[in-house]
Design a protein. Structure first.
Length: 323
């Protein structure tokens, strides 16, 4: 049994006028124990909406259209917000947010924020045991445990705050961790420390699988086993990290790699090229390929024919002309 399964998941927003905005369409993938999946794409491509769906957080105006999300064989669909909060979040699926400073209550010490997470899900545990558990867990992170736990967020460095958030997010040993650009506001040296910490937690079995979301495709080269490229609510290419970074087949993946600075061998001499145009407005119906208006190799039929995902050179590609 896979640790995490997503089957044909589609999500939509419902406007106050009753219009459905299809933000995520037909996303499917499975993850095994120890696997890290990277998800990359432009801002507005549906990554954040997908994250909410993967956690079972269907808070209006977001609604599931179809599909299923399963953690350890257990479905997250058609469950009440109370059930999801008490029995899924932190226990089975947890999230590492992008802005560590915004994720931490500035009026509370780190130990109290962390203790609240444990107390909310393990009501039978006394406070003495909670703080003992916190010290034991934070000792793994290579920080001054007493200093960090007894500090307010503003008293910590950016790296300490981010590592604290990772520690709090994984306190209850969730099966799946979703990291939403956890290194975006950090310098390169601190990024390395944070990524090493994530790998250490995975190796120690603190969590089983991980989804790593970022705009930086070259970063995923050093983090992920597999990468999914997302555009306008769809996965357009899914393959191994080596395939996506060094041998992209979908025109959007190629354009995305071409728009980034990269220190990878054979690519660092290339000058970045901007992707012309903007993603489509999902409030309007789209008949054909969603990337057709920006695609440099689009054919007239691309604007008319819906593109289905298919196997090309050992990976999934949503383009009938990809080779």
């Amino acid at each position: 049994m896979s640790v995490f399964e997503v089957q044909n998941l589609s999500l939509h927003y419902l406007t106050r006028f009753g219009q459905k905005i299809h933000a995520v369409t037909d996303v499917s993938f499975t993850m095994e124990k120890g696997e890290i999946l990277g998800i990359a794409g432009e801002s507005g491509c549906g990554k954040s909406t997908l994250v909410n769906g993967l956690m079972g957080l269907f808070i209006p105006p977001l609604y599931p259209t179809s599909g299923d999300v399963r953690v350890g064989g257990e479905s997250l669909m058609n469950r009440s917000p109370k059930d999801i909060r008490e029995n899924v979040l932190c226990r089975k699926v947890s999230m590492i947010p992008q802005g560590a400073f915004n994720a931490l209550n500035p009026t509370c010490k780190v130990k109290d924020i962390a203790a609240d997470v444990i107390a909310a899900h393990m009501k039978e545990v006394d406070k003495k045991h909670i703080y003992s558990r916190l010290r034991e867990r934070f000792d793994l992170f290579g920080m001054n445990t007493d200093k960090v736990l007894n500090s307010h967020p503003i008293q910590l460095t950016a790296g300490e705050r981010q590592r604290s958030v990772i520690g709090i997010s994984t306190l209850l040993n969730p099966q799946m961790v979703i990291a939403d650009e956890p290194t975006s506001a950090l310098d390169v040296t601190t990024q390395k420390v944070v990524i090493k910490m994530i790998f250490d937690l995975l190796e120690k079995g603190i969590f089983s699988t991980m989804i790593f979301i970022t705009h930086e495709l070259p970063l995923l080269r050093h983090v992920a086993d597999n990468i999914a490229i997302m555009y306008a609510g769809e996965f357009v290419e899914v393959g191994t990290t080596e395939q996506i970074v060094f041998d992209p087949r979908h025109p959007y993946t190629k354009a995305l790699m071409g728009a980034m600075l990269s220190a990878e061998p054979g690519q660092k001499q290339k000058k970045p090229t901007a992707i012309e145009g903007a993603p489509p407005n999902l409030a309007n119906p789209i008949e054909g390929c969603r990337f057709a208006e920006r695609c440099p190799v689009a054919k007239p039929e691309c604007r008319k024919n819906k593109q289905d995902i298919r196997m090309v050179a050992g990976r999934q590609v949503r383009c009938e002309y990809a080779e």
